[in-house]
Design a protein around this ligand. Structure first.
Ligand SMILES: C[S@@+](CC[C@H](N)C(=O)[O-])C[C@H]1O[C@@H](n2cnc3c(N)ncnc32)[C@H](O)[C@@H]1O
Length: 290
């Protein structure tokens, strides 16, 4: 069934005012992504951010001197980003859909598509991944929903609203798929959220994402969970550690080690996309993994 992107866009428009409010482990996820980006900026001049929303990443990167193109399909997100950007030079805004990017092949040194503009393309998420790969000239960083984490979330939600496992749990378990009109009981999941709606969704396992990237001709440097420790240690611990700058830095260091050394496959953070991939076009002189 085709994705109704007008419906999705209206939902994201309504979410724009709260886009950068970070609850629970969201801030950890964002901080870990900043660290990953910082490691991949060598030799980069041009950056594309797909699903740039209100500019949490694109604006600081433009202020640091990179030529940044910020794509989003939501007019409200773009308006908010433009207002925030002020006089930040080197920043261009484009309204476009992640599944059909209006750029030539290999147009950008670094492409970011993080936390939304892949997974919320639902059945067209793989097309959004192929598009991100197509316009990458050197390095790609993607973050998408982790199926392991969403299965647990769907079970929790399902148990809470009716004390049994609803069909949506199995759709997420078997295919990583969610759409609100899939089953009548799905309304239980979205009630009380923005517009009583939850956007179309596709969650991945690390092996699936890796295979898609390799199928698009990329060399995968990293593909796995992002911030799993913050998910597993409990949100009270995360909040307490965030209150002290030194303790928080030490915690982020440990989160990175945990993702690399203890549970590389995830499930990643509970909130925000918990599966990250870094990929390059490869070839001689390509950057090595950390
Ligand atoms: C949760 S925000 C993520 C913002 C930012 N990338 C970050 O990581 O903080 C997701 C953004 O993706 C945008 N988005 C979702 N689906 C999209 C699509 N098909 N094409 C373009 N943008 C899309 C939404 O409008 C929203 O601004």
């Amino acid at each position: 069934m085709p994705v109704d992107f007008r419906r999705e866009r209206a939902w994201w428009d309504a979410k724009a005012p709260n886009e950068e409010v970070d609850f629970l482990d969201e801030a950890v996820n964002r901080a870990l992504r900043w660290r990953e980006i910082a490691r991949r900026l060598g030799g980069v001049a041009s950056i594309l951010e797909v699903g740039g929303a209100t500019g949490a990443f694109s604006i600081p990167l433009a202020r640091r001197g990179y030529a940044v193109t910020h794509v989003d399909f939501s007019p409200a997100m773009l308006d908010s980003a433009r207002a925030k950007a002020g006089d930040a030079g080197g920043l261009r805004f484009v309204q476009a859909n992640a599944v059909a990017l209006p750029f030539p092949d290999r147009a950008f040194d670094l492409v970011l598509n993080m936390d939304g503009a892949v997974s919320f393309c639902g059945e067209m998420a793989e097309q959004a991944i192929r598009e991100a790969c197509r316009v990458t000239g050197r390095m790609l960083i993607l973050s998408v929903s982790h199926r392991a984490s969403l299965i647990a979330g769907w079970v929790e939600q399902s148990a809470k609203v009716c004390g049994r496992l609803l069909p949506a749990v199995y759709a997420m378990f078997d295919r990583g798929a969610w759409r609100q009109d899939q089953f009548p009981d799905n309304l239980h999941f979205s009630k009380g959220g923005t517009q009583d709606y939850l956007g179309v969704h596709k969650a991945f396992l690390p092996g699936e994402l890796r295979a898609l990237l390799e199928g698009a001709g990329m060399r995968v440097l990293r593909c796995g969970g992002l911030g799993t420790l913050a998910n597993l240690c409990g949100m009270d611990a995360v909040e307490a550690l965030r209150a002290d700058a030194d303790a928080y830095t030490a915690f982020l260091d440990l989160c990175e080690r945990y993702d690399l050394e203890i549970l590389p496959d995830g499930p990643g953070t509970w909130r925000r996309a918990g599966l990250i991939a870094v990929a390059t076009l490869g070839g001689a002189g390509a950057p090595q993994n950390h």
